[in-house]
Design a binder for this molecule. Sequence first.
Ligand SMILES: [Zn+2]
Ligand SMILES: [Zn+2]
Length: 63
Amino acid sequence: MQGFVQAMQTQAHTQAALQAQLEAQECPHCGRAHGGTECWLVAGKCLKCGSSDHKIKDCLRLQ
Ligand SMILES: [Zn+2]
Ligand SMILES: [Zn+2]
């Protein structure tokens, strides 16, 4: 039983490290470090605010 708990802890540790690595890594598609979240460029969303209603060139926040 102790070995099982230890294995679970090791797995959680590895996943946390992987997640941290992912979040620090720049996305190959948009160059932003958005981690495991959906890539706005791939999803066709505005890269400024993440809205799917418009693209970054039409974004009102881009002033
Ligand atoms: Zn991306
Ligand atoms: Zn926008």
